[in-house]
Write a protein that binds this ligand. Sequence first.
Ligand code: AHR
Length: 506
Amino acid sequence: MKATVSVHAKFTIGDVDDRLFGGFIEHIGRCVYDGIYEPGHPEADEDGFRRDVAALVRDLKMPVTRYPGGNFVSGYDWHDTVGPRDRRPVRVDYAWEAMEPNQIGIDEFVKWCRKVNTAPIMAVNLGTGSAKSAQDLVEYCNFPKGSAWSDLRRKNGAEQPHGIKLWCLGNEMDGPWQIGHKTAEEYARIAHESGKMMKMADPSIELIVCGSSARDMPTFATWDARVLEETFDIADYVALHAYFGCREGRASFFASPEALDRQIRGIIAVCDFAAAERKSDRKINLALDEWNVWYRGDTKAHPETRFQAARPINEEIYDMADVIVVGGLMMTMLEHADRLKIGCVAQTVNDIALIMTRPGGGAWKQTTYYPFYYTSRYGRGTVLKTHTESPGYGSKVCSYPVPYVKSVAVRRKDAEEIALFVINRSTEEAAEYTFEMSGFSPDRVVEAVEIYNDDLDAVNTEDCEKVAPSTIPAGAYSLTGSRLQATLKPGSWNMFRIGLRDSQEV
Ligand code: AHR
């Protein structure tokens, strides 16, 4: 199979927002307790946070991390989570049928964020919570001093404001499973009032309103349009959530990046319609603040642990096939860099996560850690428009043939390089791949990496890493003038870093 992709230096999609490749830490399963936090573990630091986990997170270069949920946030009372730990109440977390000891609260989470070089995206409870409680939380976190809530923060040890910039107005409020589920009108009303009041406490914050929680929701797009009718003036971003699974065979599963593309395009259309109706040139952008592969991790796993803390639920073990999908989803995110500004992989540790841990034991990288690692490190800069010629295949996901080869090229912002990400979705055939660069003067391949295992079911465990990146041997690719040619293995994820002579224009 042959595939050719062309780019031109002058044809760009947009600059990648730093927040596009962020994480998500929810109070869910073993994400917080026995995940990032395990006092008594040999790797625990003075605050009880696992150093080994923190190091793995830090390496992912996630500039933002969403917190504390997810479904969890809709039953959450932030007041329970601050102050002396021995006085914090133990609550029932009805979202995940677990016990919440409240030993990690807002101040501790902000501390962890500093340790791993990320900034919190804080979600407020608009399920059972109120606009007033959301406003008070902004005051607690961001007001400098001299008010009851800001002084309480200072008394609790944080003299300086936490300075949390991004706030989610609730979570998946369109979902009947959500505690305090609302109609679009009910949600829009409380979101508008909460957002308005939160911006009174700190006018510099940005707000993410809940959009549709999935593309297959019956109210997809309609919900978003109704919510924007009321929140257009206070919303900075509309949230999308997208989870994908291998339910109808690998070919459809590998087409998941196209499904995400359709979903993103749909919500952009809604945002632009809302602006058009108002004759406004305001651009509401998108926040994909939950995304991943998720179809094996069981919400009801280990029923014997119901209503215990740190329940081992949703512990999805990722394989080689998931590498191709996760890598492909990140490419789709890059392709929408002009409107998709924020992304949070759901989640970071243990629960449908990139990183796994064993209580008292090791921390290891799931297979999907690797495409995230490379895309997050090197996929920052300006995304180039690509013209792709590749054979394709039919799927139920979209009406057009899904190209076997998908690639995205980013002109890096911190190096004279193009980072090129490529997946070969054919599981049968290698691809003879050509990448043509116009308007650039490439002079070397700085790095060529593939993630490949001929067994698409291969997984990583604490003791055995079967799916890991390896250097593509020099004989498998060549750079001649402005043309890179490579042989891409069937069912592989690949990255080429192409060095440019000082100035890219020729
Ligand atoms: O990420 C796991 C869960 O998936 C989140 O809590 C919820 O928002 C979504 O349904």
